[in-house]
Design a protein around this ligand. Structure first.
Ligand SMILES: Cc1cc2nc3c(=O)[nH]c(=O)nc-3n(C[C@H](O)[C@H](O)[C@H](O)COP(=O)(O)O)c2cc1C
Length: 323
């Protein structure tokens, strides 16, 4: 029977959509979410037992990650023929209760199908990006798509890059002596054979000489292409307020931006290291985001000449959606 003839998706359809949505990016691949299917409604909760307090003291990256999985789930359901109506933060007395989805049959759009396909081949690419001409129109399209979900997406202007470079370096220097941060990083990266965490094979050694270096992970094992410089464009996703609802929207915008960029052939990687330090976050807010609240940053560029990256593992649908 086609979805058009049913009022509600089968459990198998929900499981398939949640399985696909597991491809969503999350801070240190912590996958800090769980789903519940109750009375034909799909409920999303933040799983605070997976919070990374030393990396993400205010749970910002945790909520942004949950926003990303929310958008991924909506796209996956859409591609399977189910439109979702979303209410966010349905019960203010339960802050971990992030969203409830009501589903109705709807023919998949071409965008649903393209973005769902992009979920399976999007990767966080931490290598240097190529100097070939970045297709400006593709980046503009991805940025525009990201802004539809309620957060602003801006490109870091050349004039602001030295300031951002300095703030990134200050974050790295701070974390180099921060024992709880380093302990958490060691527990969640350099991983081999687990369903969570950042695998060694997906991280390249950080090169301090790069203008805007990324976060250094444990035991990097990814070969960098032979490029003398990194040509990444940096984007910041920022919101007018800094409440949980805004952070969730930033995560939806992030997911939309990454999937559209992947679909258009761009390489991307999320970056948040200085945003986990309140003082540096405030400096980024006022020096780069004109007072808006920075929630997450993204490197984007061309990785055309580099080898494809291995998929980062995920927990299974049944791990996050109990039946
Ligand atoms: C909120 C958030 C923060 C992240 N911060 C960083 C970061 O600072 N540096 C980095 O290299 N990757 C960062 N990532 C990317 C994750 O490490 C990545 O999504 C995860 O390991 C899964 O790998 P994949 O994106 O290749 O599927 C972040 C992702 C999210 C959603």
């Amino acid at each position: 029977m086609s979805a058009m003839n049913c009022a509600y998706p089968s459990v198998d359809t929900i499981r398939a959509a949640i399985g696909l949505a597991q491809r969503a990016p999350s801070v240190h691949n912590s996958q800090p979410w769980r789903w519940h299917l109750i009375n034909e409604r799909l409920h999303l909760y933040a799983d605070t037992s997976r919070h990374l307090p030393a990396t993400d003291p205010h749970q910002r990256a945790l909520i942004v990650s949950c926003g990303a999985v929310l958008h991924h789930a909506r796209v996956a359901l859409g591609a399977l023929g189910w439109h979702s109506e979303v209410e966010t933060l349905p019960n203010p007395a339960v802050p971990e209760y992030l969203a409830v989805l009501d589903l109705a049959p709807r023919r998949p759009t071409a965008t649903d199908i393209q973005l769902a396909a992009a979920m399976t081949h999007r990767r966080s690419d931490r290598r240097r990006f190529d100097w070939g001409k970045m297709p400006e129109l593709s980046l503009k399209t991805a940025v525009e798509y990201g802004t539809r979900f309620g957060a602003g997406v801006q490109t870091v202007a050349s004039a602001d890059r030295p300031e951002l470079s300095e703030l990134i370096r200050r974050a790295a220097r701070h974390h180099a002596h921060d024992v709880p941060y380093r302990t958490e990083l060691a527990a969640w990266s350099g991983c081999r054979g687990t369903r969570e965490g950042v695998p060694a094979r997906n991280t390249a050694a950080v090169r301090a000489e790069d203008e805007l270096p990324g976060r250094a992970f444990a035991d990097p094992a990814l070969a960098d292409p032979k490029l003398t410089r990194d040509a990444a464009t940096w984007l910041v996703i920022a919101t007018d307020s800094d409440e949980r609802a805004a952070q969730l929207r930033a995560g939806e915008s992030l997911s939309a931006l990454l999937l559209a960029a992947t679909d258009l052939g761009l390489a991307t990687c999320v970056q948040t290291e200085p945003l986990g330090l309140p003082e540096l976050r405030e400096e980024i807010r006022f020096s780069i985001c004109a007072g808006k609240h920075p929630q997450v940053m993204v490197r984007a560029g061309l990785a055309t000449r580099a080898a494809p990256l291995a998929e980062t593992p995920r927990r299974r649908a049944e791990d996050v959606l109990p039946f």
